[in-house]
Write a protein that binds this ligand. Structure first.
Ligand SMILES: Nc1nc2c(ncn2[C@@H]2O[C@H](COP(=O)(O)OP(=O)(O)O)[C@@H](O)[C@H]2O)c(=O)[nH]1
Ligand SMILES: [Mg+2]
Length: 373
């Protein structure tokens, strides 16, 4: 029988056949003695007894609804990008047809400064020019609305769902990857907070075994969010081992979601990429269709420089979604649009601060309203 693509496996296995026979038997799976596992009491407000499909669907919906009510947070997170783009309002306030070329040149400049990238900035401005010359846009206001519409189209036109795709079976496994310092651990902590607030039973896996302090940092987040965590005890424990232990525990003990942290380093570092591939494989050995999501964390302050990084990670591990962090401190919010356009990978979350509730599900419309207020 041909191999079932991982994305289809949960669907098939839940409707037709039992999980594929690649699952290790208990005797094949020998937990290493140097792994230290912690158990904390977890509250279960959000349970689903009849099948698991409804659980993740409802969870996705809840998180989306929350995003809609968090518009203010997104708005304040993008204040620097908005300041940068405010010049567009001034330009359009006194716009008249004779001035079109100058105004559009300056508008393009404002987009470039906010890291929309040359290709996109040109694409947007060219379509505005066409519509103005065709008489479709007759006022500064109409131009502004058309500008917002074209950015929204760029964000929503690509394939890929912006909400988390967690499959149909528990536990869902999310792996967080990215270069050092981008905000992986912090984003994982914030995501746990969001999930816990919906009553989800979360298990963290401290897969950054490269840096000594990394596990401790994640433990602080586990404590803060009331999540349980699997950490490696001692040096030289392989990240893939920590992750497979966590996923096994998640499976055996009825966790809803396992959040896997990984280590950073440069994306050009061969051993990091090798490690990530073996992490992914080790997780799939326990649950064949896992990880359900591989979220790449990109530092928003690096602007368009994040693109080559993203391509590399995507080629090696197959990224299913992006988390763009530090957009609160950056005037380069336009890079969100460039990244979606260039990579065709959906942005699932944005980081707009260091607090527990500063990870926002990405809502294209709220984003556009926040940067072009
Ligand atoms: N302002 C701001 N800081 C962030 C955000 N996300 C992460 N950080 C900070 O970035 C630094 C590196 O984050 P960390 O999670 O350790 O990165 P990692 O090495 O990828 O795990 C920390 O000081 C975080 O507090 C964000 O959205 N906004
Ligand atoms: Mg980290």
């Amino acid at each position: 029988m041909a191999a079932v693509p991982p994305r289809l496996a949960p669907l098939l296995s839940s409707t037709i056949c039992p999980p594929p026979a690649v699952l290790p038997t208990p005797s094949e799976f020998n937990p290493p003695v140097n792994l230290h596992r912690r158990f904390r009491a977890a509250g279960h407000r959000f349970r689903c007894s009849a099948g698991q499909t409804g659980f993740f669907t409802r969870l996705g919906r809840l998180i989306k609804e929350k995003a809609k009510s968090d518009v203010e947070k997104i708005f304040s997170g993008f204040s620097k990008t908005r300041d940068n783009l405010a010049v567009i309002d001034e330009l359009l306030l006194y716009w008249n047809l004779a001035d079109t070329d100058r105004v559009l040149d300056e508008l393009e400049e404002a987009l470039l400064v906010s890291d929309f990238g040359p290709k996109i900035s040109m694409k947007i401005v060219d379509s505005l020019r066409d519509d103005i010359l065709a008489g479709k846009l007759k006022s500064g206001n109409e131009i502004k609305e058309a500008l917002k519409r074209s950015v929204l189209n760029l964000l929503t036109g690509k394939n890929g769902k912006a909400d988390l795709q967690l499959g149909f079976r528990k536990p869902a496994v999310i792996m967080i990857v990215g270069v050092n310092g981008g905000g992986k651990t912090t984003s994982l902590g914030k995501l746990a907070w969001r999930l816990k607030s919906e009553g989800v039973k979360v298990l963290m896996a401290a897969g950054d075994t490269f840096r000594a302090a990394a596990s401790e940092q994640l433990e602080v987040w586990a404590e803060r969010t009331g999540s349980e965590i699997v950490v490696a005890e001692g040096d030289k424990v392989k990240a893939s081992l920590v992750l497979s232990q966590a996923v096994k525990k998640g499976k055996d003990q009825g966790y809803d979601i396992v959040l896997c942290d990984t280590s950073g380093r440069l994306h050009t570092n061969y051993s990091l990429m090798e490690e990530l591939v073996s992490c992914k494989k080790s997780v799939a050995k326990i649950i064949p269709w896992a990880p359900n999501e591989i979220l790449l964390v990109l530092d928003g302050t690096t602007g368009l420089n994040m693109l080559p990084q993203a391509r590399e990670f995507n080629e090696v591990v197959g990224v299913t979604g992006l988390i763009l962090t530090k957009l609160d401190g950056s005037a380069r919010g336009g890079c969100v649009v460039s990244v979606v356009d260039e990579l065709g990978i959906p942005v699932k979350f944005i980081g707009v601060g260091e607090g527990v509730d500063d990870l926002q599900p990405f809502e294209a419309e709220a984003f556009v309203n926040a940067i072009f207020a």
